[in-house]
Design a protein around this ligand. Sequence first.
Ligand SMILES: [Zn+2]
Length: 149
Amino acid sequence: MIISEIFYGVKCNRCGEQYEDGEHSFWSDECGAVENAMESEWIEEKGKHYCSECYEQDEVTEENTAKPDFPEHVKNLKKFFEKMIVGHSSRISEQDDYFKISKNLYNTTELNHYETTYIKEMLGDNLILIEVKKHERYSSSEATVLVKR
Ligand SMILES: [Zn+2]
């Protein structure tokens, strides 16, 4: 007999990070998933969920506000990284004047020529740097793209 069951997870509405508590990333009910995320500094705002990187807390009022959405060109780059480049899930972080998107690649030390070309075409003047670095200890490499805000 085969049965199937539904599990629930929480994903950040802004950066796409999925909540995990170190052991689990799925729960058997919605409340369990959300409650666990909230205990780890995630917030819920108007039915959306944000990880600790994606909102700011007002120092005086302690009110939480989601950071503004990523610019369109950054969202497109993230999509490309996730769907077209083979490797682990991509990460996105932001500094005052740029966004950094990176991803660990499987068994390769460089991006294909067409991937690099596509990223350059897509970002145009917004591109700051494309770089692939080999990990010192592992056989994988990390691809990083810096993009203007
Ligand atoms: Zn986030």
